[in-house]
Design a binder for this molecule. Structure first.
Ligand code: MEV
Length: 323
């Protein structure tokens, strides 16, 4: 039986979250903790999924009912990815899928997008459909929008291309940046954030206070552009300052939490160049930009204040065939 294993990296938003949903740019880096998806072609026209990391065991349905009925949360992205692929590129036979993640789906590292990307890449290779990275992006982005309704697709771009990227909503711009030397300490706040509720909360504010939110997003864009330049110049001190200012805007937007604020302050007091939440906010992780000299002290400060430090290396390679 034909079989393939694909892996894709997780991601961390550096600057620009939320604004990037509204046609503004962001900066994202891929982390070396990876999602792995193995697909085996079956004779019978059936869809099987084993995703123990998200409590999916022995999940089965006919290919004709893909994407229909009540779909468990942990199965949604992979199932919809297969449904979207099959709609565009009909295939015979069934498929058995196993997913395995090196990182917890609690961290906000983008496990849903990474599994979507791996699934589509695996299907295109198994069924010999020649898809470019941009084709995989477009199909993955459609899958995310089908499920979430809103989102920028930056996490998909990180999973596909890897490295560090300057990204504009919907993949209108995806520019790889040389960011060697960029080093972050990642602190998990212990609370799982619900990205969709946070996106909806900001959407609500956009409806009621458009002018104020537009101003915040314009300010964030300015920081993203300057941070882009600071990364190219490897000016970590300036990049840290822009991260701090970005955090101020996120607090104004109302997406930071007390726990995140405590960890961010602790990291700054311990000598980080800058620190901010990373992702939707409401929990998940904060990031602190560090030098080799401050890394240990910043990590300690985060742990001492109740955060969990997650060790990652940045600029990880994008989606790839494992076996
Ligand atoms: C979530 O990690 C980041 C957001 O900007 C959503 C998105 O870009 O899809 C809030």
């Amino acid at each position: 039986m034909a079989k393939i294993t694909i892996s894709a990296p997780g991601k961390l938003m550096l600057l620009g979250e939320h604004a990037v949903v509204y046609n503004h740019p962001c900066l994202v880096t891929a982390v070396d903790q990876r999602m792995q998806v193995t697909i085996t072609i079956l004779k019978d026209s059936i869809f099987e999924l084993e995703a123990p990391d998200v409590d999916i065991k022995g999940y089965k349905k006919s290919l004709s009912s893909l994407g229909k009925g009540d779909i468990p949360k942990g199965a949604k992205f992979v199932e919809l990815a297969v449904a979207n692929f099959r709609h565009k590129y009909p295939f015979q036979g069934g498929i058995h899928i196993e997913t395995h993640s090196e990182f917890s789906s609690q961290f906000g590292f983008g496990s849903s997008s990474a599994s979507t990307v791996c699934t589509l890449k695996a299907l295109s290779d198994l069924f010999k459909i020649n898809l470019s990275s941009k084709d995989i992006f477009d199909l993955s982005y459609k899958t995310i929008l089908d499920i979430q309704g809103k989102g920028s697709g930056f996490d998909i771009a990180a999973a596909i291309y890897g490295g560090t990227l300057y990204f504009l909503t919907g993949g209108k711009k995806i520019v790889p940046l040389e960011a060697r030397g960029l080093d972050l300490v990642v602190g998990y706040s212990g609370i799982k954030a619900d990205t969709v509720s946070l996106i909806n909360m900001v959407k609500e504010k956009m409806n009621t206070h458009k002018e104020a939110i537009d101003k915040i997003f314009d300010g964030i864009t300015d920081l993203v552009e300057q941070a882009h330049q600071a990364i190219l110049e490897k000016d970590w001190e300036r990049l840290g300052t822009f991260m701090n200012y970005n955090q101020d805007y996120l607090e104004d937007l109302g997406v930071s939490t007390e726990k995140l604020n405590i960890l961010i302050k602790a990291a700054r007091d311990a000598g980080a160049y800058g620190a901010k939440l990373s992702g939707a906010g409401g929990g998940d992780c904060m990031i602190a930009l560090v030098s080799p000299e401050t890394k240990e002290k910043v990590s300690q400060a985060i742990e001492n204040n109740g955060g969990k430090v997650i060790k990652v290396s940045l600029n990880a390679p994008g989606v790839r065939i494992e076996i």
